[in-house]
Design a protein around this ligand. Structure first.
Ligand code: NAD
Length: 442
């Protein structure tokens, strides 16, 4: 077992993982349902199939990604050939959240393994069924000294964080992200933090309102709003508000029917703590639509809130649930006031047929990534980096970038011996003018 140097071995283990995931796909989907009634369609689309596709693409590309890349040399080093070697960091810790518990645990593990690391994965304790099946699959696919799952909550995390790691990849809340960063600082361990935030969704007067409503309803209520890049709140141009709300309600009913609780396509809140937090947010607000809840089932219906105050509970923290506050704006300054009140979000969405307005919005604010005229879609393109900025995270992954972040990029200059230009060597007398001319010319 030489996963550090033997690329073939890495590929074989990833193929074994692929086999075990495909073989157990039904059980994974069932576990996700048992944990919080994740609908089968969403489980396949956003969890099992997403991971399978990531695995296939990694297996296909690993030989190419692992190769040292040749870069154009600096003339100062003439004659030389210059390379970047990809070196595995060593031992990698992955800590995952509960909302996409299969995908967000497996994808970093796959890339870390592909890059030649040993991986310890701690999935979320809030999705015990999914975490158990992840542990079984990893045990079947890898030698324990190559990849291992440690189950448990904060105590298990604490124990793991007390050790020295060569890389830590964390997905979760801002609060815990800071705990991870502090622990990593002890050993100067490099980290990726995939966190959250309050994601604005701006709709101007030129937007195709009906289509915008459809795409927002999908991105907001998939996984019952428990998605890090779900629109957190709407900022709609004042005159469009009533019409837009009518479309939102129409689209919610089209998607989930009139008896949403009975829809097989609508998930539940993960646990009592979050159900209480979310219903608390609704209690003090003017509900335009929805607002129903059931503690016995951790159910909260898709809920639209009318113009909450910026200091209200629903606007004070990341919602991370099926509640959508609708705020209005009259001027761009109004948009500024709201967006600048919060830390840099993970995503921002703008719906507009006015190109210059859309471009202005995506360049004026700092955020992880986003879409013009859609929601969530930027997550799905493996060629786009996925990650936050500021409080919404540091570092980005997906596709080849995931392989790259789990590799140290080692710079190598291979100098030719057939020529040795005397310019750089002491004594420097009379060489300054000449070297300046060379540098100017370069
Ligand atoms: P969380 O931070 O509570 O937990 C994440 C992981 O950290 C879990 O494995 C948990 O056991 C562990 N953990 C919890 N408390 C800890 C502590 N005190 N010390 C050490 N480890 C601890 O997050 P969550 O509730 O699982 O997920 C929701 C959050 O994650 C939201 O803020 C959401 O925006 C964010 N998120 C971000 C992304 C992204 O890709 N950027 C994806 C999904 C979720």
């Amino acid at each position: 077992m030489d996963y550090k140097n033997d690329i073939k071995y890495r590929k074989e283990t990833l193929k074994k993982l692929l086999f075990n995931i495909q073989k157990n796909e039904d059980l994974i989907v069932k576990a996700l349902y048992d944990d919080f009634k994740k609908p089968e369609f969403e489980a396949v689309l956003t969890e099992t199939n997403y991971v399978i596709s990531e695995l296939k693409s990694t297996i296909k590309n690993i030989d190419k990604w692992v190769k040292p890349t040749r870069v154009f040399p600096s003339l100062l080093n003439f004659p030389s050939t210059d390379f970047i070697y990809k070196e595995p960091y060593g031992e990698v810790l992955v800590i995952a959240p509960w909302n996409y518990p299969f995908q967000l645990a497996l994808c970093p593990l796959i890339s870390a393994v592909a890059a030649g690391n040993k991986v310890v994965l701690k999935p979320s304790e809030l999705t015990p069924n999914t975490s158990a099946i992840i542990a079984k699959i990893i045990e079947k696919s890898f030698h324990i000294n190559h990849a291992e799952v440690v189950q448990g909550g904060i105590e298990a995390s604490d124990k793991l964080l007390a050790k020295r790691w060569d890389y830590i990849f964390f997905t979760g809340s801002v609060l815990v992200g800071k705990i991870i960063a502090r622990a990593a600082a002890e050993h100067l361990t490099p980290i990726t933090l995939e966190l959250g935030g309050k994601n604005p969704c701006i709709i101007d007067q030129t937007a195709n309102l009906k289509l915008a409503a459809k795409r927002i309803v999908w991105g907001k209520f998939i996984n019952a709003g428990q998605t890090c890049i779900a629109p957190d709140y709407i900022l709609v141009q004042k005159d469009m508000k009533i019409k837009f709300i009518t479309y939102l309600i129409e689209e919610i009913i089209l998607a989930y029917g009139k008896k949403i609780k009975n829809s097989p396509d609508y998930a539940r809140i993960i646990n009592s703590k979050n159900w209480v937090r979310l219903t608390g947010m609704i209690a003090s607000e003017k509900v335009i639509f929805g607002g129903e809840s059931d503690a016995s089932d951790f159910y909260i219906s898709p809920t639209l809130i009318d113009e909450p105050g910026l200091e209200s509970p629903v606007m004070k923290e990341e919602i991370f649930g099926p509640i959508l506050p609708i705020l209005i704006y009259e001027s761009e300054n109004d948009i500024d006031v709201v967006i600048n009140k919060y830390e840099k979000p993970l995503a921002l969405y703008v719906f507009s047929d006015n190109d210059s307005f859309a471009k202005k919005m995506i360049t004026r604010y700092s955020f992880g990534g986003g879409c013009i005229n859609d929601t969530v879609a930027h997550f799905t393109n493996k060629r786009l980096p996925f990650g936050g900025v500021g409080h919404s995270g540091m570092g980005a992954y997906h596709g080849k970038l995931s392989f790259d972040i789990f590799s140290h990029h080692k710079a190598i200059v291979k100098k030719g011996n057939w020529l040795d230009l005397p310019m750089r060597y002491a004594p420097y007398q009379n060489k300054l003018k000449a070297i300046k001319r060379v540098l100017d010319w370069m």
